[in-house]
Design a protein around this ligand. Sequence first.
Ligand code: FVH
Length: 283
Amino acid sequence: MSENISVLGLGLMGAALAESLLAAGHRVTVWNRTPSKADPLVAKGATVATTPAEAVEAGGLVIVCVLDYPAVRQVLEDASLTGRVIVNLTSGRPSEAGAMASWVAGRGADYLDGGIMAVPQMIAKPGALILYSASQTAFDRYERTLAVMAEARFVGTDPGMAALLDLAMLTGMYGQIAGCLEAAALVTSARYPLKEFTASLLVPWLNAMAALQVHWAAAIEAGNHATEVSNLEVNRAGMESLVAAFREQGVKPDLLLPLKAVIDQRTARGLGHEGLSGLVEEL
Ligand code: FVH
């Protein structure tokens, strides 16, 4: 079914979202603070609005994707939101999502907050995921339409949940990046071919380790950190040796030191017999 959809914010991500909706045959109205960014979309069949209010008027479903939440508020400030479903795909904090949900509800609209787990080039392609939270009614009404942009997953009625899970996924990613950069520095210090190390050793190892995370999650939920693998004392000694090896190679272990500090803290409490999952209690 073809819907009337408005997209406000035509940066790299907003433009990709609008383009995917146009390609799926929806009637798309677009607005951007810098008007020229609408031109390529107009060439593909979009209607351009000259103000945010005009754009909101045109769409039952209103997608906003701008820099940050203060910009979302500025964009929607002078528009009449009554009866609309506002889908905010701007990245932000859970508290910002909660405040935005209240503000939008106070203006007579339904609200979905979204966390985009994709880069613009992935939109409308397999692998792209958008997490949604807040109004179940709005999600159910527009699920098939939203799925045009990326797999659409509703994660609960708490408006901040999509933002929180988005941040949690980015956190996992940054942790992996930190480890990979340290590994790259160490391997490079020994003049071993880095691409070969990464493809044939590091990536398969990380995939095997990633598969264990679900077991860790179960241990954390159960509060049971007993281990038959390697306990914290073994990891404490291993980390001590790792950091010493980095220094001997002339490589800074700076991204590993915060993890070492938490391991040291936990073992100093006499919990060296536990597994690494117990570190979550320190956090
Ligand atoms: N690009 C990505 O890979 C990531 C993937 C994950 C989610 N993010 C978030 O998406 C939001 C938009 O990101 P973007 O990539 O589209 O960013 P830009 O290309 O820099 O475009 C920014 C747009 O925001 C408009 N804008 C900025 N400030 C205001 C304002 N005060 N009032 C109205 N619009 C504003 C800007 O307009 P203009 O500069 O073209 O006039 C662009 O349309 C973001 O939350 C990412 O974290 C993307």
